[in-house]
Design a protein around this ligand. Structure first.
Ligand code: SF4
Ligand code: SF4
Length: 220
């Protein structure tokens, strides 16, 4: 057996022998760490603040690097996926037509929807031409993995994650179930192809059903 082989074998048997005496003592490394901490502490205590919140664009490393949150906030990047919101129409009702596509696409199964129909007596033109709306729309934000697939799946631009805010801390588990009333927020939005902009309302709502509904397990 060569000298080098026996040397490497002795290292693998006793890893501590790879370090010299001062390294095994740990005290110099401890003092070095304390010196770095003290230097940062004094710099943050006495030096000027760099107002640039973009860390990579800071002028010099000698300036204080902390951000005075919440007065000063680091801007979120474009496309940041924040809290969900249900986009309202001009009349304040949700654009959502309860099609379930977001709930179907959601890999965490954290969207719960119950669909209802606008009543034939509803005089709101927009409501009468789009038929369905969510009576219940709930997002369990603790289960949400913030993937944005629900937003991509929505055919009505009714669900967005453009709020630029995090999920707020809560004291109870059930407070993380965001209901429709809490989700409905932000600027009203309309698009040229919104059906209520080019379809007229009629005396008899277009969606009036001629047949009785039956559910599975119920007699017709
Ligand atoms: S962001 Fe992803 S996980 Fe969260 S509700 Fe939407 S689809 Fe589900
Ligand atoms: S938010 Fe969009 S995808 Fe989800 S049910 Fe409503 S219309 Fe359909």
């Amino acid at each position: 057996m060569s000298h080098s082989e026996s040397h490497s074998e002795s290292h693998s048997e006793n890893p501590k022998s790879a370090y010299d005496f001062w390294e095994r003592l740990y005290v110099p490394a401890l003092i070095k760490g304390m010196a770095i901490t003290t230097r940062h502490f004094l710099r943050n205590l006495w030096s000027e603040r760099d107002d640039n919140t973009e860390v990579l664009e800071r002028k010099t490393q000698s300036l204080m690097a902390t951000v005075e949150y919440p007065e000063q906030r680091v801007p979120y990047p474009t496309g940041y996926r924040g809290k969900h919101r249900l986009v309202p129409r001009e009349d304040g009702k949700p654009r959502c037509v309860a099609c379930y596509m977001c709930a179907t696409a959601c890999p965490s199964q954290c969207i719960y929807i119950e669909a209802g129909e606008y009543a034939p007596s509803d005089t709101n033109t927009a409501s009468r031409v789009i038929e369905k709306y969510p009576t219940v729309f709930m997002v369990d934000v603790l289960r949400c993995i913030v993937c944005g697939l629900c937003v991509e799946a929505c055919p009505k631009d009714a669900l967005r994650m453009d709020t630029s805010v995090h999920t707020s801390p809560e004291l109870e588990r059930k407070a993380f179930l965001y209901a429709k009333e809490r989700l409905l927020a932000g600027e009203p939005t309309q698009h040229p192809n919104d059906p209520w902009r080019h379809r007229k309302s009629s005396d008899e709502p277009l969606h009036a059903h001629k047949e009785a509904h039956t559910r599975i397990g119920e007699d017709p």
